[in-house]
Design a protein around this ligand. Structure first.
Ligand SMILES: NC(=O)c1ccc[n+]([C@@H]2O[C@H](COP(=O)([O-])OP(=O)(O)OC[C@H]3O[C@@H](n4cnc5c(N)ncnc54)[C@H](OP(=O)(O)O)[C@@H]3O)[C@@H](O)[C@H]2O)c1
Length: 240
């Protein structure tokens, strides 16, 4: 059994999958979460085939009961939680007059509400890990549009600003007890989410998911005294 354990949401592809791999490399047992079971199982099987201690739980993070179940099954399997990665997210572009209520609610629910619920459900286990080694870690995937609002991606931008604000609040509330939170704020990353943009921005000009995951490896290594509230990732020529 791994000495450390983690939950990663949105772990079936892109940034979450790259982070799950790094956590495995750093000796964590990892519960990997995403909605579509087939895609998730394939991702987990690939990492397990390389010898990592990883397990799949198919769940929709919009559903409170499913979040509770993820945490309960993880606890039963590993008995501890050292790292929580709130990474699941969706983005729908629309001009303000065209915003669909269903898509508004989905973005609020997946990108922001689920993070609040995961903290609430995980805080006791994270406090136990922090009491043991002073460095429980929560990583929340925001976006560069969580720092600089984007037209057409206004709802997405608002949810991702919410992630940054929530992360700041959690550091005020929990860092003195050893739970450190970091918001990741990347520009375009080469993942399925950015397929829509690849006609205009070639995949090779985008940030790699592995670049983001390396930041998580760094966060695992900093001393308990060091909090990294956010990390921005941008690209040559991107205006900030
Ligand atoms: N790619 C970029 O340029 C970029 C830039 C900044 C920030 N981000 C953020 O990075 C995070 C990861 O995105 P990505 O780029 O790696 O895209 P991705 O490859 O499409 O990954 C998204 C992951 O989230 C899962 N997911 C989506 N809705 C979910 C739900 N309701 N419940 C559980 N899992 C759900 C997806 O699996 P299922 O669909 O099967 O559930 C998938 O595993 C997101 O929060 C995104 O906003 C991405």
């Amino acid at each position: 059994m791994a000495e450390r354990a983690a939950i990663v949401t949105g772990a079936s592809s892109g940034i979450g999958l790259a982070i799950a791999r790094v956590l495995g490399e750093e000796g964590h047992g990892v519960t990997m979460v995403a909605r579509r079971a087939d895609k998730l199982e394939a991702a987990v099987a690939a990492l397990a085939g390389e010898g990592f201690d990883v397990h799949a739980i198919a769940a929709n993070v919009s559903e409170e009961d499913q979040i509770k179940n993820v945490v309960a099954v993880h606890r039963e399997r590993y008995g501890r939680l050292d790292v929580l990665v709130n990474n699941a997210g969706v983005g729908f572009g629309a001009s303000v007059g065209e915003i669909q209520t269903k898509r508004l609610d989905m973005q609020l629910s997946i990108n922001l509400r689920s993070i609040v619920l995961f903290y609430r459900e995980c805080v006791a286990d994270l406090l136990a890990a922090a009491a043991e080694h002073k460095s429980a870690l929560v990583v929340n995937t925001s976006s560069i549009s969580g720092k600089f609002g984007q037209g057409w991606l206004s709802v997405y931008s608002a949810t991702k600003h919410g992630v940054v604000g929530w992360t700041e609040a959690m550091n005020k509330e929990l860092a003195p007890q050893g739970i450190k939170s970091t918001a990741l704020c990347p520009a375009f990353v080469d993942t399925p989410m950015t397929e829509f943009a690849k006609q205009h921005v070639p995949a090779e000009d985008m940030i790699r998911p592995e670049d983001i995951a390396e930041a998580v490896r760094y966060l695992l290594k900093v001393s308990p005294a060091c909090i990294v509230p956010e990390i921005m990732f941008t690209r040559p020529g991107d205006a900030l």
